[in-house]
Design a protein around this ligand. Structure first.
Ligand SMILES: [Zn+2]
Length: 329
């Protein structure tokens, strides 16, 4: 048995130990909250996981997991990573969870490529096999999931499918009208600060019933809604108002597509206003927030300009009503 094989086996043992010691998504809590000193249990999966090829695996799924021919090269990578990690430990600066992931721009490229495959009928359906299930049962999702997505509950927006992603790839929040109210913002904070996804997508969609209902209500032609729906969709009202103001020439339902896009920006605005943790991660360059609209008739995602996200951020940074303290208590 050569050194690289030994190293591989050692890596697997470490992974198993971590699976036993670690709980759900907890491995990066300290690193994520910026305390700078990772727990001992965090360091092992750093080298073992990255050595197993996380970033390339996420980008090119055919390379995933346990192809024996690639193990030797990967093992050498493990060794290299191990040396690097020890050097880092010695210096007293443990890597944070984000350092294990592709960069925000790389993740955006992965999401775009996944949607292209989906649209073209060339989905590879990655990470849906039993090996991935076993991995999901043993490992920390914080070492794998690469994107947080908040989108609508609409049955025409199946998140993993439209990005050609699988198990432990995407941290998803779904709520009618993809509004960012307190529960959704808390879930997003978990996805970014604890699951350490380098990207958050705020994903609206065409023909959104929630935005349509609010548009009709604002236009004075709404109908009775069940008691819990108005407080759910009230976040959408400012978006509809803005769309109607900037497209005052449009009658009735013609304004709805513009309201849908405004609602993506509204979600981001509500999120940034209430979540200093999210703003900090964006400012530090650890995470990017992108807006997008999914077309339920074609499967295609229209990506909204990143400059607009930065403009929304800037607007909130100068809003005295923004939350300041990132942590609870
Ligand atoms: Zn919807």
């Amino acid at each position: 048995m050569n050194n690289t094989k030994l190293l591989l086996i050692a890596g697997c043992v470490v992974l198993l130990q971590i699976a036993v010691l670690g709980g759900f998504g907890g491995g990066h809590d300290e690193a994520a909250s910026g305390h700078g000193e990772a727990a001992v249990t965090e360091k092992a999966p750093v080298k073992a996981d990255k050595g197993a090829g996380h970033a390339p695996e996420a980008k090119v799924d055919e390379k995933a997991d346990h192809a024996p021919a690639k193990e030797t090269a990967k093992a050498e990578e493990v060794e290299h990573e191990a040396e690097e990690t020890h050097a880092t430990e010695d210096a007293g600066h443990a890597k944070s969870g984000f350092d294990l992931k592709p960069s925000p721009d790389e993740v955006i490229a992965m999401l775009k490529a996944g949607n292209e495959r989906f649209v073209q009928g060339k989905s590879t359906h990655p990470h849906l096999d039993s090996a991935r299930l076993i991995q999901a049962g043993k490992e920390n999702q914080g070492n794998h999931a690469y994107a947080t997505v908040i989108t609508c509950s609409d049955s025409r927006v199946p998140v993993e499918a439209i990005f050609d992603a699988g198990i432990m790839d995407v941290f998803v929040i779904r709520v009618a009208g993809n509004v960012c109210d307190v529960d959704e913002t808390g879930s997003i904070e978990y996805g970014l600060a604890h699951v350490n996804t380098p990207v958050l997508v705020v994903l609206g969609h065409t023909q959104c019933g929630a935005v349509t209902a609010v548009t009709h209500a604002v236009q004075g032609r709404g109908h009775a809604l069940e008691r819990n729906i108005p407080p759910l969709v009230d976040n959408i009202v400012p978006a509809v108002n803005r769309a109607m103001e900037s497209h005052s020439d449009l009658e009735g339902d013609l304004v709805i597509p513009f309201a849908i896009e405004e609602n993506v920006w509204q979600g981001m605005e509500d999120l940034f206003l209430a979540s200093p943790a999210t703003r900090n991660l964006v400012t530090e360059g650890k995470a990017k927030v992108v807006g997008a609209i999914y077309d339920v008739g074609t499967g295609k995602i229209k990506w909204l300009p990143e400059e607009k996200t930065l403009a929304v951020m800037k607007k909130i940074e100068s809003n005295p009503a923004r939350a300041i303290e990132p942590m609870a208590n």
